[in-house]
Design a protein around this ligand. Structure first.
Ligand code: GLA
Length: 371
């Protein structure tokens, strides 16, 4: 915030002023159509067209979709010889039906990957060659199936620790550091036209960001086909600062890759450490807005969203897409993570599907920035 320029501060102030009529006539995808794609992560009920509340919002507001879970290894490839494409196919068909840019998420991750992938069948870790073969088969099969239909893939998700070192995942332990290069290479072979991304969270924090910069420099030096970095954007009311956001975008733009904001939300609840989360007892203190979001907090959130979007707009030349991780507050993963059973409000639409203050702030920002 220290370096916030006057023009920037003014733009944010205008954006959070009371909603104008423009909010009812514009959609997000229209407002930002000359800047970047506007995406949403969809759950099964949404892409199966069973969520009547979310469906009109998805159709009118977004021009790109990501699958919240459906293309993860656990669901699409649950057993060694069993792929389950029914829901992946449905997700892709939904995007095609409505003319949306369809994103694939995710091929290689340390979570939501079945234990058999790393196991030799006798309870020991598999060897490098076997795991590489499994990885190649998985990527060829999944990316190959949606060749020409999925525009870009999060190839590797969350390979870094908070201090910027490599996460000691099974992938790293068994294959070694070149698992990333291999995964990108396999994905490129399976669909040479697909864009390929590295996706991670909290890259706005300098040590982790520096680790990601080193990683991408290394991959690029080896000729690995990587098109963009995904900044997940799981934010809160106080983090990241404008400066952190801006420095992060600049650092990756310098490497000659594009930037996608891939999992955007702004958490409004008290912070609970991820590691302690699931064991934490649900208390009123940790769940202060169970009966509704106070207007003051809604405004604070609107201001945070407007600040972030002002940065995205400033760097629209290098940002291809901004995707929200969910459609309405009722759907968000943050109602159950890291503490189960809380009532969170991190998105632009409330539980009834109505536009929140944050929605108006973002639309106003887009409108004023173009006048
Ligand atoms: C990470 C993953 C997403 C999703 C979110 C939480 O950010 O990349 O697939 O699981 O966590 O829902």
């Amino acid at each position: 915030m220290r370096t916030l320029s006057l023009a920037f501060a003014l733009a944010v102030l205008v954006a959070v002023a009371p909603a104008q009529n423009s909010t009812t006539t514009q959609s997000l995808k229209e407002a930002f159509k000359s800047d970047f794609l506007i995406g949403a992560a969809l759950n099964w009920r949404q892409f199966s067209e069973k969520d009547e509340r979310a469906l009109p919002i998805i159709k009118s507001e977004f021009n790109s979709i990501s699958p919240e879970n459906q293309l993860k290894w656990q669901l699409i490839h649950p057993q060694p010889d069993k792929y389950d494409f029914a829901n992946g196919d449905r997700y892709v068909a939904f995007g095609e039906k409505y003319g949306m840019v369809v994103i694939g998420h995710t091929l290689v991750w340390h979570r939501q990957t079945p234990a058999w992938v790393f196991d030799d069948g006798k309870g020991n870790p598999v060897d490098r060659e076997t795991l590489l073969k499994r990885l190649r088969d998985h990527i060829y099969t999944v990316v190959g199936r949606y060749k020409g239909k999925i525009k870009g893939w999060d190839v590797v998700n969350e390979a870094l620790n908070e201090d910027g070192t490599m996460r000691q995942s099974q992938w790293l332990k068994i294959i070694g550091e070149d698992y990333l290069a291999k995964a990108f290479q396999f994905a490129h072979e399976a669909d040479p036209q697909a864009e390929l991304y590295y996706n991670d969270y909290a890259l706005e924090n300098e040590p982790k960001r520096n680790g990601a910069v080193r990683l991408i420099q290394k991959l690029k030096a080896q000729g690995v086909p990587i098109n963009a970095i995904g900044l997940q954007g799981h934010n809160n009311l106080r983090w990241p600062s404008v400066k952190q956001q801006e420095d992060t975008i600049k650092a990756f733009a310098k490497l000659g890759i594009k930037i996608n904001i891939t999992e955007l939300d702004v958490d409004v609840l008290p912070h609970v450490d991820e590691d302690k989360g699931p064991a934490t007892k649900l208390t009123d203190e940790l769940n202060p807005f169970a009966s509704g979001l106070p207007a003051l907090t809604a405004d604070e959130q609107a201001k945070k969203f407007a600040e972030l979007f002002a940065v995205y707009l400033k760097y629209r030349d290098v940002i291809d897409r901004v995707t929200f991780w969910g459609v309405t507050d009722g759907d968000t993963w943050l109602n159950n993570w890291p503490v189960r059973g809380r009532t969170n409000y991190p998105l632009l639409f409330d539980r009834e599907g109505k536009q929140k203050a944050a929605y108006s702030a973002i639309i106003n920002l887009a409108t004023t920035s173009k006048n």
